[in-house]
Design a protein around this ligand. Structure first.
Ligand SMILES: *[C@@H]1O[C@H](CO)[C@@H](O)[C@H](O)[C@H]1NC(C)=O
Ligand SMILES: *[C@@H]1O[C@H](CO)[C@@H](O)[C@H](O)[C@H]1NC(C)=O
Ligand SMILES: *[C@@H]1O[C@H](CO)[C@@H](O)[C@H](O)[C@H]1NC(C)=O
Ligand SMILES: *[C@@H]1O[C@H](CO)[C@@H](O)[C@H](O)[C@H]1NC(C)=O
Length: 169
């Protein structure tokens, strides 16, 4: 009986591990290989992309020039950087913005670069419902919460796999 349980745990662990790629959050490099620079249409860049809760925006730029400021809609439209909601600038020219709220993020660069096109609006959606054919679902529904960073299941899976490995062999 105990052995059966461990085999089941082992199976569950591997299933979870196999499903991980699908479950991971997306880190979008803003502008792809053109990064965060003037004279790029970021509306075009964002077009057709889906941004989900738990995803990230990654800004790569010249730290001596640009910045990453979250502003409200009005300030986005007018390129006003006088009262940012959040200053995501950390100083290295490599900034990550976690998209952890379902809303539209308005992000601009300071120092006038917004007027050269360094502005982006990103609408963050809730995760779509998980695919129907998730084999583990009935066995462990709590493993598949809305979070796409499934840290607990991973820890659990690795622990269970190790445990099963030790005892089974
Ligand atoms: C950027 O692209 C959008 C969507 O195609 C377009 O509506 C907008 O006018 C463009 N902006 C600039 C500054 O060219
Ligand atoms: C954005 O902030 C400015 C300054 O605080 C304010 O005047 C404006 O009404 C705000 N716009 C929105 C859409 O909240
Ligand atoms: C944002 O933070 C950076 C780094 O701390 C700082 O240099 C910059 O002046 C800030 N910008 C605004 C508009 O607050
Ligand atoms: C979203 O992330 C920011 C930065 O890490 C944090 O300050 C904020 O509390 C988070 N909000 C939610 C709703 O988790």
């Amino acid at each position: 009986m105990e052995r059966m349980k461990r085999v089941l745990l082992l199976l569950l662990a591997f299933t979870v591990l196999l499903m991980l790629p699908e479950a991971s959050a997306t880190k979008f490099t803003v502008g792809n290989n053109q990064f965060w620079n003037p004279n790029i249409n970021y509306t075009e860049w964002a077009k057709g992309k889906h941004f989900y809760l738990g995803d990230w925006l990654y800004f790569v730029y010249d730290r001596n020039q640009a910045s990453v400021l979250e502003v409200n809609k009005t300030d986005y439209e007018t390129c006003n950087s006088d009262h940012p909601l959040t200053n995501w600038t950390r100083g290295a020219g490599r900034d990550v913005v976690p998209l952890n709220v379902t809303k539209t993020y308005y992000i601009i660069s300071g120092r006038g670069f917004c007027f050269s096109g360094m502005k982006i609006a990103v609408h963050v959606e809730k995760l779509p419902p998980p695919p129907k054919a998730a084999p583990v679902k009935s066995a462990a529904p709590t493993l598949f919460s809305q979070d796409r960073i499934l840290l607990m299941p991973v820890v659990f899976a690795i622990g269970a796999a190790w445990d099963a490995f030790i005892h089974f062999w």
